[in-house]
Design a protein around this ligand. Structure first.
Ligand SMILES: *Cc1c(COP(=O)(O)O)cnc(C)c1O
Length: 486
């Protein structure tokens, strides 16, 4: 299996090497030269668990890693650290199904990938010492910290923006335990933090500084193919589950509705379709930072706007890194992709033109405002006594808009976080009142939905990280952290 860069100038043969590198040398992202095809109907013949299905799917992409080796990793990832059997739950509510991806160690879907990536990295690093650098809009940071915690030979550094993560997300990171974890708040928003991390990666002096001390930098952001691929598995598994439960018949098409930020999760769904899973439409759901929904409506990606702070902070993003992989898939033309990325860098925008818009016809972009998503949480609870988090509610509202204009197939709405990660928005929507420090308990009392184990008692845990830094100082802070160590 060959991995090639979306910008055409880098190439890699080994899966572990590709994962270890993260970003390709030419600045592009690694993609597969040929998409594997999956004989998914075989999965229906036996009662395979999530550990097995995910290992089989992942192995199709990383064919030079033996199946048994991957199965060991999926067992460790999904059987020991998740709080439900088979890692995820599909809830049939009214005329939709909700895919709950928040039953992992940090109560957001990032756990699916970040329970695997550290295991890949551990194997990939050989005898090199690694520093994982991550910018987070809230959920990646915590999942990376939890995933990489106390892994030998690897340190993990997380930068989160002071503006725009929820109180629970902040608390989760500030209380993180582990010998090898480093957490900083950066004055600014997510794009500032992400830009800072990218600059550190591209800084040759920094590379030399690290090299002199025996370190290599790598990333846990969703540009890493080792993070993307484990996510394909839950789309395959969910399709099988829907058939097993009789919600759909084998071979029926389903539509996937994804609350989208960096375009990783929805891209994984697209990979599942390319592998052969019967998926009809993709509903790309944005919040008010609707760069992506505009892109699918108009064919122009325009990041020239200011970032809006919403109640779904993990989608407060203007530059969606993984879209580059999608552009490559629809064009198979790395020169063209490199040009668009150049345009984006220079002018903050690019247009794909009519010929390629045809290739994205299965993608529908919609967005929901804060008001609409709050309304979504409230309506859905009143109708079904089911509590959605604000990101999931954005997806739900976007599906309603899609349905008004299109026929569509049976919808699977992707629920990316537990509502308890966003207590301010959820309690406001459900009109739950009480002391700020008791919002979780009040919500549990009113709704009967249990507080997830990882969030229980969080407010009583010791604060271990409370440094706030300026965005210009991100590189300096890393040097201070690792100065003298070797
Ligand atoms: C990260 C995140 C998203 C966006 O996912 P992408 O893969 O970046 O598109 C949506 N919802 C939640 C809760 C998240 O943590």
């Amino acid at each position: 299996m060959n991995y090639i860069s979306t910008r055409g100038k880098s190439f890699s043969k080994s899966s572990y090497d590709t994962i270890f590198k993260g970003l390709a040398e030419d600045g592009g992202l690694f993609v597969l030269e040929n998409m594997p095809i999956l004989d998914w109907e075989e999965f229906l013949s036996e009662d395979f668990g999530y550990d097995e299905v995910s290992a089989m799917v992942i192995q199709q992409f990383f064919q030079d890693i033996p199946y048994e080796e991957i199965l060991d990793m999926t067992k460790k990832a999904y059987n020991e650290k998740f709080f439900v059997k088979n890692a995820l739950k599909i809830q049939k509510v009214g005329d939709i199904s909700v895919m709950e991806l928040f039953h992992g160690p940090t109560s957001a879907f990032k756990d699916f990938a970040l329970s695997m990536l550290p295991q890949f990295m551990e194997k990939a690093r050989g005898d090199k010492k690694v520093i994982i650098l991550t910018a987070t809009s809230g959920d990646t940071g915590k999942a990376a910290l939890e995933g990489f915690k106390d892994i030998e030979g690897i340190d993990v550094v997380v930068f989160y923006p002071t503006d725009g993560v929820s109180s629970m997300q902040k608390l989760q990171m500030m209380t993180q335990e582990g010998k090898n974890v480093h957490v900083f708040a950066v004055n600014g928003n997510f794009d500032d933090a992400q830009r800072g991390v990218k600059e550190i990666f591209q800084n040759k002096e920094m590379e030399k500084w690290m090299d002199d001390r025996g370190y290599v930098l790598s990333s846990a952001n969703s540009i890493n193919i080792g993070r993307l691929i484990p996510q394909v598995a839950y789309y395959v598994y969910s399709y099988i589950e829907l058939v097993r439960k009789g919600t759909i018949a084998s071979g029926d098409f389903i539509d996937i509705v994804v609350p989208t930020g960096n375009f990783g999760n929805i891209l994984a769904a697209y990979y599942a379709k390319e592998m052969g899973i019967p998926i009809g439409n993709f509903i790309c759901a944005s919040n008010e930072n609707n760069v992506l929904s505009d892109f699918f409506q108009k064919g122009t990606y325009d990041a020239n706007r200011s970032l809006v702070k919403t109640t779904s902070p993990s989608m407060d993003i203007l530059v969606s890194s993984n879209l580059e992989r999608f552009l490559y898939e629809i064009t198979k033309d790395s020169e063209r992709v490199a040009k668009w990325m150049e345009d984006l860098k220079e002018n903050g925008m690019y247009s794909v033109g009519e010929e390629f818009r045809k290739e994205m016809k299965d993608f529908y972009g919609y967005y929901a405002t804060v008001e609409e998503s709050q309304e979504g949480i409230r309506e859905f609870y009143e109708k079904y006594q089911y509590v959605m988090d604000p990101h999931t509610a954005v997806a739900y509202k976007c599906w309603e808009k899609f349905k008004e204009e299109n026929k569509g197939n049976y919808p699977l709405i992707v629920s990316t976080a537990s509502p308890y990660k966003f207590p301010e928005a959820v309690t406001e929507a459900l009109e739950i009142h009480g002391e700020e420090s008791h919002l979780l308990e009040e919500t549990e009392k009113k709704t009967g939905v249990e507080i997830p184990v990882p969030l229980e008692g969080l407010k009583d845990r010791k604060i271990l990280h409370n440094r706030i830094i300026e965005k210009e100082d991100m590189g300096k802070v890393i040097q201070e952290e690792f100065y003298g160590s070797n």
